[in-house]
Design a protein around this ligand. Structure first.
Ligand SMILES: Cc1cc2nc3c(=O)[nH]c(=O)nc-3n(C[C@H](O)[C@H](O)[C@H](O)COP(=O)(O)OP(=O)(O)OC[C@H]3O[C@@H](n4cnc5c(N)ncnc54)[C@H](O)[C@@H]3O)c2cc1C
Length: 444
């Protein structure tokens, strides 16, 4: 695919965990790549705020297959990134992901895929779950409510309990998400890639009916033009803006938008060693997801219950980054329903960031109507876990399409190199049809 008349074979916009993964895979396939990021190093965008949960609880088969394949990369991380000199490696911390067996719950959509694809899990009765995880309260509190809900009072004592719990033992989280992006970027550089930081893409250029490169601003050269026959948008919450620059927004059936998100940290209850015994939960019943956080803490995020409004962000540069007192209290109280005795300190702790969200919470890994312009966007708060495999499928897609494959007519199916599972990229196309009333939850 090498094209000597261009400065590079491919330009990747964004050095987050996914952009760096794409850079690594394209470079290892022999392409001359340049990755540009407006921030000072890799992984400083939304990646650095990620809850970094690795789980397989998806409702589509391609989603499960990709997450399981992605998990294998984390387990094999040192081999995957190869020689990165003295740099530390991001660490995969194992912690079981559990799904309370809520009547008509999410687990019913997940288990058929797990059974078909051979994903390991345990099916615990209520008594078995209560014995194994005594600090988890398995009563049914839902549907989730706000504190001032009159129709569905928050503090109503539950009368029902869950049937039990599904336990996914291979799940976990990455201790330092920014470092994982840096590992991938360093591996890409070792393979011959170039990265330019503090460099902002201000235009995406076209020539002869296809993409021809980008214009960038940097400290020493405003308006510099860099040419390449392939440009990949991996701009995270800025992806929509980059699609607008490329003139492809209107031709996408569904695009993505920036969504404000808060994540909160609470200490574990007295007597619970969460670092050793903790679990991760995606809980539609209380409206939160949570996992352990080193130092015997619990990290909590919002799981999009109907009662909470979504805060869409028009201008990602103007996102309100002050953690809210109300959100800290509410999410602490919701979590304390599930984790008995969770303390809620006076002083709030957590972070504010943005998802790049699609209407169906699935990512878009695809080409666009502008030849040579590709997108790995709409990661919707749940694709950190897939960063390395997303790099792999994007590289396969780009190489195939540039060689003439009609991905729109015949979506590419990529086989995972660890699991041998097929990942049908048709699930992640920009042109998929999403019903207007689609409502999804994200559990990290
Ligand atoms: C609060 C939160 C919690 C999450 N929790 C989980 C989880 O538990 N599990 C999970 O799997 N996923 C999770 N995610 C999602 C996951 O973190 C993201 O999908 C992933 O980090 C996105 O990586 P990225 O490389 O696409 O984007 P980013 O990390 O946002 O990188 C995009 C980069 O593009 C650069 N950029 C943008 N525009 C330009 C421009 N014009 N010029 C130059 N550079 C530009 C930015 O500076 C940025 O560095 C979470 C996300 C958030 C925000």
């Amino acid at each position: 695919m090498s094209s000597e008349q261009y400065d590079y074979d491919a330009i990747i916009i964004g050095a987050g965990v996914i952009g760096s993964g794409v850079a690594l895979e394209l470079t290892r396939r022999g392409l001359r790549t340049l990755t540009v990021d407006k921030l000072p190093t890799a992984g400083y965008g939304s990646t650095s705020s990620s809850s970094a949960i690795v789980r397989f609880t998806y409702s589509t088969e391609a989603g499960v297959a990709m997450a399981y394949e992605g998990y294998k990369y984390w387990v094999d991380w040192k081999n995957h990134v190869g020689d990165i000199g003295d740099q530390e490696h991001a660490e995969f911390v194992e912690q079981p992901m559990v799904m309370p067996k809520t009547p008509n719950g999410h687990y019913l959509k997940v288990l058929p895929h797990w059974d078909r694809l051979g994903i390991p899990y345990e099916d615990l009765s209520f008594d078995e779950a209560a014995e194994r995880f005594p600090f988890v309260d398995l009563r049914i509190f839902g549907p989730p409510a706000s504190l001032d809900d009159i129709e569905n009072p928050f503090w109503d004592e539950p009368t029902e309990k869950h049937d039990g719990m599904i336990v996914s033992p291979n799940s976990g989280y990455i201790s330092d998400p920014q470092l994982s992006a840096l590992n991938l970027a360093t591996a890409a550089i070792q393979a011959g890639a170039e990265f330019r930081y503090n460099t902002t893409v201000t235009a995406i250029n076209r020539a002869d009916g296809r993409v021809s490169g980008v214009t960038v601003n940097s400290a020493d050269n405003d308006g510099e033009q860099i040419t390449a026959p392939v440009v990949v948008n991996v701009g995270g919450p800025y992806a929509r803006r980059l699609n607008e620059m490329a003139g492809v927004l209107d031709s996408m059936n569904r695009s993505s938008r920036a969504l404000r998100r808060e994540v909160y940290i609470y200490p574990a209850p007295d007597g619970v060693d969460y670092d050793t015994d903790g679990v991760m939960i995606g809980d539609t019943d209380t409206g939160v997801y949570f996992r352990g956080e080193r130092g015997n803490n619990v990290l909590v995020g919002n799981a999009e219950p109907d009662c909470d409004e979504l805060e869409w962000v028009e201008d990602p540069d103007a996102n309100d980054d002050v953690l809210s007192e109300d959100g800290f209290q509410l999410h602490g109280l919701r979590t304390s329903r599930r984790i008995s005795g969770l303390p809620i300190p006076q002083k709030k702790s957590g972070l504010v960031s943005m998802y790049d969200a699609t209407p169906d919470w699935l990512p878009i890994y695809d080409r666009t109507d502008l030849d040579g312009f590709y997108v790995a966007i709409g990661t919707s708060g749940n694709q950190f876990k897939n960063a390395a495999v997303a790099g792999h499928v994007m590289a396969e897609l780009i190489v195939a399409v540039e060689a003439g494959h009609d991905h729109d007519a015949e979506p590419l199916v990529v086989t995972g190199k660890y699991t041998g599972l097929d990942m049908d990229l048709g699930t992640f196309t920009r042109n998929r049809v999403v019903p207007e009333d689609t409502h999804m939850n994200v559990f990290g």
